[in-house]
Design a protein. Structure first.
Length: 77
């Protein structure tokens, strides 16, 4: 798996987690120490890797080539 993809997804997930649970008086992501940001990234990394693997497997699987019905007027036009 592409390491850059993992790093970027991990940082995005860590930032999202931080912003969703922080108190309004707590520093935003950019104000936190690099050590603290690294710890949050380490915390979310296993979940991010699992999600990326599941996504890759889902996208790689063979899906039946079904034709979806055309959406349009129901009066036969």
């Amino acid at each position: 798996m592409d390491q850059r993809r993992i790093v970027e997804a991990t940082e995005a997930a860590a930032r999202a987690l931080h912003e969703s649970v922080r108190d309004k008086n707590q520093f935003k992501w950019e104000g936190m120490t690099p050590e603290w940001r690294a710890e949050v990234c380490d915390y979310v990394r296993p979940a991010v890797v699992a999600a990326l693997q599941a996504s890759d497997q889902y996208l790689a699987r063979d899906r039946p080539k079904t034709r979806h019905p055309k959406i349009g007027p129901s009066n036969g036009e």
